[in-house]
Design a protein around this ligand. Structure first.
Ligand code: 4NP
Length: 158
């Protein structure tokens, strides 16, 4: 059985991508697919490396029953070789990930996360400088998009 290795990437790895990581892992667990997926998240910058997720993001997630237990880490070139599916939270993240390699085969594994949003494509908005409601909006986007991504992965459609 092959394991699908999935990584979610934002800027700081303290708000959007650790949420996607925790939500997606929970969906994998609920469907009994723990042995089929390896899930991780990272950030394109190292500013927050080693820090836990932002307390506002953890609060929103906990309110929806999701515990985020992650220490921020930066993405490196070798992650592109390690992970089969890399989902960028916004287009800056996408471009910065793509700058890590010129290998076309590896670049094929890099996607815009909201390309798979069943409602609207675009960026997952950066909630860092806003209020708690921005974190709630991010949760809704991440929840429905992770669910769709898992459906598509299970159907071998990504
Ligand atoms: P994230 O949010 O990329 O979703 O983790 C941010 C975290 C930190 C900063 C910006 C966005 N920052 O400027 O430090």
């Amino acid at each position: 059985m092959s394991v699908k290795r999935v990584m979610f990437v934002c800027l700081g790895n303290i708000c959007r991508s650790p949420l996607a990581h925790a939500v997606f892992q929970e969906m994998v667990n609920e469907r009994g697919l723990e042995d089929h997926y390896s899930v991780q998240s990272s950030g394109t910058c190292a500013y927050h490396a080693g820090e836990p997720a932002d307390s506002r993001m953890r609060k929103t997630a906990l309110g929806r029953g999701i515990k985020i237990n992650h220490k921020a880490r930066q993405i490196f070139r070798y992650d592109l070789e390690e992970y089969d599916y890399i989902f960028a939270m916004d287009k800056n993240n996408y471009q910065n990930i793509r700058r890590l390699t010129t290998n076309e085969d590896l670049l094929k594994n890099v996607f815009m996360f909201r390309q798979f949003d069943p409602l609207t494509p675009g960026d997952v908005p950066d909630p860092y400088y806003g209020g708690q409601s921005g974190f709630d909006d991010v949760y809704d986007i991440v929840d429905r998009t992770c669910s769709h991504i898992l459906d598509l992965l299970e159907e071998d459609k990504i």
